[in-house]
Design a protein around this ligand. Sequence first.
Ligand SMILES: Nc1ncnc2c1ncn2[C@@H]1O[C@H](COP(=O)(O)OP(=O)(O)OP(=O)(O)O)[C@@H](O)[C@H]1O
Ligand SMILES: [Mg+2]
Length: 313
Amino acid sequence: MGKSTTAINLGASLALLGRQVLLVDMDPQGNSTSGVGIDKTSLRVTTYDVVTGSVPAEEAVQGTATDRLWIMPSDVRLAGAEVELVAQIARETKLRSAIRLLEPRYDFLLIDCPPSLGLLTINGMTAAESCIIPLQCEFYALEGLAQLMETISLIRRHINPALGVTGIVLTMVDQRTKLSEQVAADVRAHFPTLVLETEVPRSIRLAEAPSYGQPVMTYAPGSRGAEAYIALAREILKRLGLYVDGGDSSHEASNRESDPRSEPPANHDPTRGEFGDPQTTSVARIESPASVDSPATYTETDEQHRHERGDER
Ligand SMILES: Nc1ncnc2c1ncn2[C@@H]1O[C@H](COP(=O)(O)OP(=O)(O)OP(=O)(O)O)[C@@H](O)[C@H]1O
Ligand SMILES: [Mg+2]
């Protein structure tokens, strides 16, 4: 649990920190779509049309009320793709092929996957360069995590050898319960380098925000949930070598005036140091593989990528 919440709020936090972010909703439930304020009943073009090849990916992208945060929305029609793709050649790489041309336009692509390990999730993990794994601190957490790691290595062996893991995010952490504390400690002991320092607390504001169609940072700015996701975004940028203390505030400020409803950027602004070279620009994606929980992934330069993969082993 926590995939869509992480996709939405990490995406909004990265956007707040000045990055151009595309959230790809790969779940027929459409929770990220409604969570950023898009009415699911009025969608014309969705992720479904993109993965089935009937429209170019850019036609499915729309702006949100958050500056620099874009969405490729989905609704229940996407469930049909799971069935329709089965008989097709290269069925696992439909999303990857479809979004390739979009990648240079964004600093991060976050893919929110459905709960089950079907063709949609496999497409998400095949398109991604790396995973971020949200992990709810509950009794079966480690068991679920082991299964998810196995899935990731299967995908790596058979389809996407470059797939990395950026980190595990402990979420719904409840400091008042011993179990939550114990699980957090166990997961940290098992995966000392993979578990991110930032923990997302159990927070009523985080649970409420989607019904108002807002990321928590606009629904409840300054709340513990909002602070946690901003801290998480900073930590992830640091882990990827993309955050410079002091330097990032100017990054934030210089992007503040951009119009959220304008066209997506044609490419990175060459004045923005970290992302200067379009060839090596990182694309990060959130995945939400199976039952355990959502992963977010990153991909950076080759060098950073090797570093990540190294972390993981
Ligand atoms: N830190 C949190 N504190 C309180 N509630 C949370 C928190 N994170 C998520 N939730 C709530 O828990 C529920 C499940 O979270 P979320 O939708 O993010 O999980 P998911 O992994 O995307 O689920 P699914 O597999 O169904 O897509 C939602 O109602 C959400 O609002
Ligand atoms: Mg979800």
